[in-house]
Design a protein around this ligand. Structure first.
Ligand code: HEM
Length: 209
């Protein structure tokens, strides 16, 4: 249900010019670095939100330590930007709004809302993200570091994990009434819209550079 009702939002995100350029091999190494920097601000908020509800039984199926991306992101930023990366990266307005929304949902300890953001990012990283990693690693010669973010080998089989994740979504969905399901679906669509807006910011930033 989530997938069906948000697939057009997925297409908008996937089809954003900035993302499409990366997928077609037209992106520069700087484009990729700018994207990694935005991921830092997103996952800082997302993983703090997940920690916040880690003990909540409704979140149990989603709280998988091997998903945690912050250490990999920091290692990628050291490799791509340098040891002083933290002083050299800035959230775009859309990224700041995205992180603020995640923090708002976390402050309410609204588990289906946190799962909506969790699903949109991690299932994406485990799907299209895997293709992005292969492409940019080859194109920009990142064998020495920069794509650890996409390395989920600690999860075991990605396909197997995605099935378990979808089963956890089904269990959560079974506990929700119609109004709450609609609210959760709206949050998934909002999460996609934030991602699309981040690509638009990065595209504008690139055009202005
Ligand atoms: C060029 C960019 C992208 C490509 C090529 C791409 C490709 C794909 C593909 C092929 C799948 C299906 C995988 C499967 O059935 O297991 C998928 C699923 C997914 N993608 Fe993307 N994607 C892209 C961008 C994004 C973005 C920007 C997001 C959100 C941040 C995203 C979030 C998701 C999610 C949540 C799913 C899982 C849908 C589900 O099965 O419930 N993707 N993507």
């Amino acid at each position: 249900m989530i997938r069906e009702s948000s697939w057009s939002d997925h297409s908008d995100s996937e089809g954003a010019t900035f993302m499409e350029d990366i997928m077609r091999g037209r992106g520069t190494k700087q484009d990729y670095i700018d994207l990694v920097a935005q991921h830092f601000f997103m996952y800082e908020a997302l993983e703090a939100a997940a920690e916040r509800v880690a003990e909540d039984p409704a979140f149990a199926g989603f709280h998988v330590p091997a998903l945690t991306r912050m250490p990999a992101l920091e290692a990628d930023l050291v490799a791509l930007v340098g040891a002083d990366w933290r002083d050299r990266i800035v959230a775009t307005p859309a990224t700041a709004a995205y992180a603020a929304r995640i923090r708002e949902v976390a402050d309410d300890a609204w588990v289906p809302g946190i799962v909506a953001h969790h699903y949109t990012r991690y299932l994406g990283d485990l799907s299209g993200g895997q293709m992005i990693a292969k492409l940019v690693a080859k194109q920009h010669d990142l064998a020495d570091g920069g794509v650890e973010f996409y390395d989920f080998s600690a999860l075991g089989s990605i396909a197997g994990f995605k099935n378990e994740y979808r089963a956890a979504l089904d269990r959560l969905g079974a506990e929700l009434d119609d109004a709450e399901r609609t609210r959760m679906l709206d949050e998934v669509r909002a999460a996609y819209a934030f991602n699309t807006a981040v690509f638009a910011d990065l595209g504008r930033q690139k055009a202005a550079a």
